[in-house]
Ligand binder design. Structure first.
Ligand SMILES: [Zn+2]
Length: 136
């Protein structure tokens, strides 16, 4: 879809720290991470929200989410993770291409989930790109 930043990542018009790609989905690091290793999984096709994506494609993306979440947890030594998916602006959706946040968590990390608060350092993104890819 024209003007969609995530579609541009899919088509490589915009670079991202991609850590996984298959026929239908890609995963890449969030530029404004809520925690180290915060990763997004999206379908390659453009759908705005969970209410728009066809069931079969949702199923395929779910398989990618499970695989990527396992790698994120291993790479970050996380004790848990949040899977967050916002729909429409009222719910905090900023990019209107359906995406799933995988946020690694540690006990007592004090994290109150907030998105888009602070841009990551490039060196930090490069580190987590390498570490998570090792576990895919
Ligand atoms: Zn899009």
């Amino acid at each position: 879809m024209d003007g969609c930043i995530f579609c541009k990542i899919v088509s490589n018009e915009i670079t991202a720290k991609k850590i996984f790609e298959d026929e239908n989905s890609i995963a890449f690091l969030d530029l404004y991470p809520a925690a180290k290793g915060h990763t997004l999984v999206i379908p390659k096709n453009h759908y705005a929200t969970l209410l728009d994506i066809p069931e079969m494609e949702l199923k395929e993306v779910s398989q990618a989410i499970q695989k990527v979440a396992a790698a994120v947890v291993k790479a970050t030594n996380a004790e848990g993770f949040n899977l967050v998916q916002n729909n429409r602006e009222a719910a905090g959706q900023v990019v209107h291409h359906i995406h799933f946040h995988i946020v690694p968590r540690h006990k007592d990390d004090g994290l109150k989930l907030a998105f888009g608060s602070k841009e990551a350092e490039p060196s930090e993104l490069a580190h987590w790109e390498t570490q998570i890819k090792k576990h895919i």
